[in-house]
Ligand binder design. Structure first.
Ligand SMILES: [Zn+2]
Length: 403
C-alpha cells in the first residue's frame, strides 16, 4: 500500500517503500509513477548525496484536494475546511439547537461551508470528501441517524444523500463519539495505542472504541452506546431513551445540571444558587466550576457521577482490556474531580492484569476535537484499500464512493 506508507511516514525513499511493502523495486517505481501522474505524490531530491545518485524522497501532496467537515453537537455547530492531511485551513463555530431538526441544522452547515470556502485563500484542489458528526446513533453504512433520543425529526434522515447531491463528493456520517475517538487516535493523546476506549461525557454519555488499530462500530454502528447501560434499578430515574436507571440519566451533563439546579433551589449550595440566579438555570459546567472552588456539594455530585462512570468503565476494562481510556466532552473538560473519581474507581474495580498498563487520560484535542475527528474519518475512508482502488481509476473520489 504505497500511498498509505507515504502518507503515514510524511515522506519515504523508494528503498524504504521496497522494504516496508515487500514489493519489488520495479513495482514500487511503477506505482510511484502512477501516483505522481495523479498528482498525489511528488518526488524530490533531498540532502547531500553519499556518492552515486542523490537520495530522493516520495512525499504526499496534502494540497491535492480539500475536505469539508462538520461536528454537530446538541447545542453547537463546528465546521472546518482541511487539506488531505487533516490540517485545518479554516474554522467556524456557533451555538445551535439540534432539536430544531435536520432541515434547519444542515442548511446552516451548508451556509457555513460556503462562508468557509469563500474565505479560505488558495483552497487546495477539488473537494474530495465531506464528513459529518451528529450527537446520536448513526447507521454508518447508510449515513442515517437511527432513533436518536435528543434529535427529533432526524430518524432515518438521508444526511449522506443530501450532501452528496449538493457537493458531488463522497460523504460519511458518524456519531460524535466515534469521531472524537478517531481524532484522539490519529492526532491526539491516543496516538500509538491499538486498543482504546474514548468516553465522552457531554449532555449524554457515549464511548468510541478503537480495537486492534481500527474503529469498532459493531454490526449496525451502535457499539459503544454505554450511556444506556442500566446502573440502578429505580423506576424514578427515567432516561430520555425511555428506559429507567441508565448511566446517562444519573451521571451525564443533563443529570448534573438537574441535580445542581435542585441544590441551588434548596439553597444548600451558595455558588450554585448564584449561578441559578444569574442565568436562570444551572449547567454541568456551573457544577464543575463550583466544585473547582471547593463547593462540597458540587464536589460530591461530581464524585458520585465519576464513580458511576468508573463502575461502567471497570466492566468495559475487564471485558475489552484497553491500554488507554480517554475521557472527553464538555463536562470532563471543565474540572478535575470527575476525572479523579473515574480513575480511582476504574483502578479499584478492574482486574489487576487489565490495569497493569492502563492509563486514564483527559482528551487532548480540546474544542477542535470534533472537526479533527471528522476529517480523520473521511481520510480513513478515502484512503482505505478498497475505496482507493475504486477511485484511483476515476482519478478523483466521486459522490457514489461512500454509498
Ligand atoms: Zn437510556
Amino acid at each position: 500500500m504505497i500511498l498509505n506508507e507515504v502518507r503515514s511516514g510524511g515522506s519515504r525513499s523508494r528503498s524504504e517503500l521496497v522494504t516496508r511493502t515487500g514489493l519489488t523495486r520495479g513495482v514500487v517505481a511503477q506505482r510511484v509513477g502512477e501516483l505522481i501522474d495523479l498528482g498525489l505524490v511528488v518526488e524530490n531530491e533531498v540532502g547531500p548525496s553519499t556518492g552515486g545518485r542523490p537520495p530522493r524522497r516520495v512525499t504526499f501532496r496534502a494540497e491535492a484536494g480539500h475536505l469539508l467537515v462538520a461536528d454537530l453537537g446538541a447545542t453547537s455547530i463546528d465546521v472546518a475546511v482541511t487539506d488531505l492531511d487533516g490540517r485545518i485551513l479554516g474554522h467556524r463555530d456557533e451555538p445551535a439547537d439540534v432539536s430544531a431538526g435536520p432541515e434547519r441544522c444542515l442548511q446552516r452547515i451548508e451556509e457555513l461551508f460556503e462562508q468557509l470556502t469563500d474565505a479560505t485563500r488558495d483552497l487546495p484542489g477539488h473537494l474530495w470528501g465531506v464528513g459529518i458528526g451528529v450527537p446520536g446513533p448513526v447507521e454508518f453504512r447508510s449515513g442515517r441517524p437511527v432513533s436518536p433520543p435528543i434529535m427529533p425529526g432526524w430518524d432515518g434522515y438521508p444526511v449522506r444523500e443530501r450532501f452528496a447531491e449538493g457537493y458531488g463528493a463522497p460523504v460519511w456520517v458518524d456519531n460524535d463519539v466515534n469521531i472524537l475517538a478517531l481524532g484522539e487516535w490519529r492526532s491526539g493523546i491516543a496516538v500509538g495505542h491499538d486498543n482504546v476506549v474514548v468516553v465522552k461525557i457531554g449532555t449524554g454519555i457515549g464511548a468510541g472504541i478503537i480495537s486492534n488499530g481500527r474503529i469498532h462500530r459493531g454490526a449496525q454502528g451502535a457499539a459503544g452506546d454505554v450511556g444506556h447501560i442500566q446502573v440502578v434499578d429505580a423506576a424514578s430515574v427515567l432516561c430520555r431513551c425511555g428506559n429507567v436507571g441508565c448511566l446517562e440519566a444519573l451521571a451525564g451533563g443533563a443529570a448534573l445540571s438537574r441535580d445542581g439546579e435542585a441544590l441551588a433551589a434548596s439553597g444548600r449550595s451558595e455558588r450554585l444558587r448564584i449561578a441559578l440566579e444569574q442565568h436562570g438555570r444551572v449547567t454541568a459546567e456551573d457544577v464543575a466550576r463550583a466544585a473547582s472552588f471547593g463547593d462540597p456539594l458540587a464536589v460530591s455530585l461530581l464524585q458520585v457521577a465519576g464513580h458511576r462512570v468508573g463502575l461502567m468503565l471497570a466492566s468495559v476494562v475487564n471485558f475489552f482490556n484497553p491500554s488507554l481510556i480517554v475521557v472527553g466532552g464538555g463536562v470532563a473538560q471543565s474540572g478535575d474531580q470527575l476525572l479523579a473519581a473515574i480513575r480511582e474507581t476504574v483502578y479499584r474495580r478492574s482486574l489487576p492484569l487489565a490495569t497493569r498498563e492502563l492509563a486514564v487520560q483527559r482528551s487532548s484535542l480540546g474544542a477542535l476535537a470534533g472537526v479533527i475527528g471528522a476529517s480523520t474519518m473521511v481520510l480513513e475512508q478515502l484512503f482505505s484499500r478498497d475505496s482507493l482502488a475504486q477511485w484511483l481509476r476515476e482519478r478523483r473520489p466521486a459522490a457514489d464512493l461512500s454509498a
